[in-house]
Design a protein around this ligand. Structure first.
Ligand SMILES: CC(C)(COP(=O)(O)OP(=O)(O)OC[C@H]1O[C@@H](n2cnc3c(N)ncnc32)[C@H](O)[C@@H]1OP(=O)(O)O)[C@@H](O)C(=O)NCCC(=O)NCCS
Length: 163
């Protein structure tokens, strides 16, 4: 019975913290569940060790498993979102917005002023997340991406000032 009850129990609110090298396998798993060209654990280890990178994770409680992450990289005072993903079963409950709020608070505290990103034209969930968190479109690059089925798709470049 306890298994049945735990199925209906709401997920705990996520805890947010800086990403560490130990998170690399979990971030690779989240990335693989979210993108058709996955980055492996070694790639996340490399990115997390890069002095120009800043990562945050959302976990199930303070010591729980990562259920989302945001990774940014750039030369102060400007940076760029390299990747953001939330576990498929946890989407639509505000974790993406909390990752952005938490990461940008940390970046602003370091004196970063501007965040850029590129998003695939047809990625409605991501475009809505970015528009609702204050990003504005600044450009468009036709045919920049290939979708999972190999069709060319435009990249929308966006910008948000955080200072
Ligand atoms: C994009 C992504 C990170 C959003 O995370 P999330 O936790 O589901 O987002 P949130 O619940 O915080 O939603 C943020 C806003 O976007 C909207 N939104 C989220 N998913 C949506 C969808 N599928 N369609 C329309 N709007 C959506 C929400 O309504 C919310 O707006 P509101 O606060 O005004 O109500 C998540 O869908 C994901 O991991 N996608 C796969 C990876 C990816 O595409 N990353 C972006 C690459 S550029």
């Amino acid at each position: 019975m306890s298994g049945l009850f735990s199925f209906f129990r709401p997920a705990p609110p996520p805890a947010l913290r800086a990403a560490t090298a130990e998170d690399a396998p979990a971030l690779a798993a989240l990335h693989a569940a979210s993108f058709h060209l996955p980055w492996d654990t070694a790639e996340f280890e490399r990115l997390l060790a890069d002095r120009l990178s800043r990562g945050v994770v959302a976990t199930d409680g303070p010591r729980g498993e990562p259920v989302g992450f945001l990774l940014a990289r750039g030369v102060w005072p400007e940076t760029e979102i390299l990747s953001i993903a939330v576990a498929p079963r946890r989407r639509g409950h505000g974790i993406g917005r909390q990752l952005i709020d938490h990461a940008f608070g940390r970046l602003a505290a370091e004196g970063f002023t501007t965040v850029f990103l590129e998003v695939e034209d047809g990625n409605i969930a991501a475009r809505t997340l970015y528009e609702r968190t204050g990003f504005r479109e600044i450009g468009r690059r036709e045919g920049y991406y290939r979708t999972a089925s190999g069709v060319p798709a435009a990249a929308i470049a966006m910008r948000r000032d955080i200072a």
